[in-house]
Design a protein around this ligand. Structure first.
Ligand code: COA
Length: 321
């Protein structure tokens, strides 16, 4: 028994913020941002939420698959920027969609969150518990960014991407590799709330993203090729037999570094980070949806999805489209 992606959808906030706009806010330039990251603009929320973006992306994925919300059995929201602690974003999305039959919960593995959620959904389906699942990566990172910190505010964007997966006879998702390295959590972090109760008062540290960019860069370029080789090794597929690599969209130079290590040409690595920046868990499903809607995904193609992020977390997945 296999699990197949049968629909994709995405949603971005209306507001587009260019590098030139950012150069009005902090000491930076379009040239610096493009050269170091490949990013030219990003969509930023002017009121759209993790829940509203996720619901729109899910509606489109359902429409693309020709399925009704009421048929969904499992609904997972991958996010590290939920508006509320409780209820979880997935239950709110479930309510907006009218997916009354779905079990819904959130999962946070930062930028690898979508892949970890996809893996979770596959495990549920392959074990026979559910026959389908709606998985959405949704982020409003702009609320955890320090807009006066030029080293981080230029990198991120807001958005959501969703896929509907279903039990299938034909090959679909072929395999996963996923890993976490909590010992290195400090290199990319965003501290949470204060602890205040009748016994203790511990103030919150910075509520904004703090990052050692060079460490993250080196980690991604080293670990992702190894992780992709691991997942390809499960099915004996060679790197140059993969039609498209749908990678986490953090930095064009990171993607180039990964391509070089795999000795695969960059034309197999589609990107959209020029237009949307790094949308954490939304990056992979938004790019997948764009490729799908552009007609670039043909039946029988072999894809690799791979992402990395805070945690540190990283993973890869092979897909027969
Ligand atoms: N505009 C202009 N200058 C900037 C800047 C900006 N937006 N951000 C940083 N700089 C400056 C730094 O202050 C530094 O100045 P200094 O040498 O005077 O101290 C200089 O540019 C070089 O900084 P450095 O950190 O060496 O740049 P870099 O080539 O490593 O690029 C990143 C920085 C953040 C773009 C890069 O490290 C990166 O993309 N890392 C991965 C981050 C990431 O993807 N995180 C999310 C993962 S999910």
């Amino acid at each position: 028994m296999s699990v197949k992606i049968i629909g994709t959808g995405s949603a971005l906030p209306e507001k587009i913020v260019t590098n030139q706009d950012l150069a009005q806010m902090v000491e930076t330039s379009d040239e610096w941002i493009r050269e170091r990251t490949g990013i030219g603009s990003r969509h930023i929320s002017t009121g759209e939420t993790v829940v509203s973006l996720a619901a729109r992306a899910c509606e489109k994925a359902l429409e693309n698959a020709g399925r009704e919300a009421a048929e969904v059995e499992l609904l997972l929201v991958a996010t590290c920027t939920p508006e509320q602690g409780i209820p979880c974003a997935a239950c709110q999305v479930q309510n907006l969609l009218g997916a009354t039959g779905a079990a819904a919960f959130d999962l946070n593995a930062a930028c690898a969150g979508f892949l970890f959620a996809l893996h979770t959904a596959c495990a549920y389906i392959q074990s026979g518990i559910y026959s389908n699942a709606l998985i959405v990566g949704s982020e409003v990172l702009s609320k955890i960014i320090d807009w006066s910190d030029r080293s981080t505010c230029v990198l991120f964007g807001d958005g959501a991407g969703a896929v509907l997966v279903e039990r299938a006879e034909k090959p679909g998702i072929l395999g996963f590799a996923q890993h976490s390295d909590g010992s290195r959590g400090g290199v990319l972090r965003c501290d949470g709330r204060e602890l205040r109760n009748p016994y203790v008062s511990v103030p919150a540290r910075s509520p904004y993203v703090q990052m050692d960019g060079r460490e993250v860069f080196a980690f991604a370029v080293r670990q992702i090729p190894a992780c992709i080789s691991e997942v390809l090794g499960q099915t004996g597929i060679a790197p140059d037999e993969v039609d498209l690599y749908v990678l986490h969209q953090a930095n064009r130079r990171i993607i180039e570094g990964i391509a070089k290590r795999l000795t695969v040409e960059m034309d197999r690595f589609p990107t959209n980070l020029e237009r949307v920046g790094n949308m954490s868990s939304a990056a992979i499903p938004v790019l997948l949806d764009e490729l799908n809607r552009e007609g670039r995904l043909r039946e029988g193609m072999t894809l690799v999805l791979s992402g990395f992020g805070a945690g540190l977390t990283y993973g890869a997945c092979t897909v027969r489209w």
